[in-house]
Write a protein that binds this ligand. Structure first.
Ligand code: NAD
Length: 301
């Protein structure tokens, strides 16, 4: 069993750290929110008062933070400010599971390598339900050695673990996937509404498209039209699931990454605009399938 420092105990990090405790690891936890530390301590983790305190004596560091600036500042911070790469013991494996811009992952990875550490970017797919169930998909970037060392720890929190390539590749693969998902969700929504506007039953239309050439993951698992799929967020007031704010954040990262490589992503750009507008209309905390309501308006036809 391994001694693991887990930093960032929010909606995702909390249940992920709890699964590491359940798997028998010694888990030293820290978050800026004391309540989150307390909750994990009640589940058997060791509460720590600072990030450096959590890292003391740990063989592996895992971070699950909101965005690139938090990850850069925690790892790089400057010697006097206690950046983890200045404080961790030699040989500590560093794994960042946050969804951040690839450039930040590369910057932290390079600084870690210079200081003699393996760093793996390992963003996840699967949401809070996957985090709680221990069935997340991890999409990793880093060296073969780093990936091999991270794999057994990640498998205590997830079901699928991929090695996408070198440092930053995990972040690039993750935002490619989420950009595609946003486009599929919007396309599925407008197609379903087009059918409804012409009197079709959305359940019948969904059944047809699912086994036809328009079939896709959103039709199979996450239908955006209320009433078609009882378990989907659409049939539950668009509560739970994956928030519009997070999709808008991931699309922002996708556009930034596309800009760096001068990649043409017109569908992604349109999806970004639609999700930003949807968030600004007060839907930020609702599930991302609520974009369906953009199309579900009474028309003039
Ligand atoms: P969250 O806001 O619930 O949790 C983030 C936690 O980090 C908070 O508890 C915050 O206090 C803590 N934190 C911030 N800065 C810190 C610091 N310097 N030291 C210690 N703790 C610090 O966010 P979340 O939903 O858990 O998401 C975390 C990451 O996972 C994000 O990058 C997000 O995009 C990604 N993600 C989220 C989901 C989801 O469904 N929620 C799914 C996939 C990926």
């Amino acid at each position: 069993m391994t001694t693991i420092a887990f930093i960032g105990l929010g909606n995702m990090g909390g249940p992920m750290a709890a699964n590491l405790v359940k798997a028998g690891h010694t888990v030293r936890v820290f978050d800026l929110n004391e309540n989150a530390i307390h909750q994990l301590a009640e589940q058997g983790a060791i509460p720590c008062h600072t990030s450096c305190g959590a890292v003391a004596g740990a063989e592996v560091v895992i971070t699950m933070l909101p965005a690139g600036q938090h990850v850069r500042s925690l790892y790089l911070g400057g010697e006097e400010k206690g950046g983890l790469i200045h404080k961790a013991a030699p040989g500590t494996l560093m794994i960042d599971c946050s969804t951040i811009d690839a450039a930040s992952a590369v910057a932290v990875g390079e600084a870690a390598a210079k200081a003699g550490f393996e760093f793996v970017d390992a963003p996840v797919s699967g949401g809070t339900a996957g985090a709680a169930a221990g069935t997340l998909t991890f999409i990793c970037g880093g060296s073969n050695e780093g990936f091999k060392a991270a794999q057994p720890i990640l498998s205590d929190m997830g079901a699928n673990i991929f090695h996408a390539g070198g440092t930053g590749a995990g972040q690039v693969a993750k935002i490619c996937n989420n950009m595609l998902l946003s486009v599929l969700m919007i396309g599925t929504s407008e197609a379903l509404q087009l059918g409804r506007d012409h009197g079709l039953d959305p359940k019948v239309l969904s059944d047809i498209m699912q086994v036809s050439s328009g079939g896709n993951w959103t039709l199979e698992k996450y239908n955006p039209c209320p009433g078609v799929m009882p378990q989907a967020p659409a049939s539950n007031g668009y509560q739970g699931g994956f928030m519009v704010d997070l999709m808008a954040k991931d699309l922002g990262l996708a556009m930034e990454t596309a800009g760096q490589s001068r990649s043409a992503t017109p569908m992604g750009a349109l999806a970004t605009a639609l999700y930003r507008q949807h968030a600004r209309q007060g839907n930020g905390k609702r599930d991302f399938s609520s974009i369906f309501e953009t199309f579900d308006r009474d028309g003039d036809a």
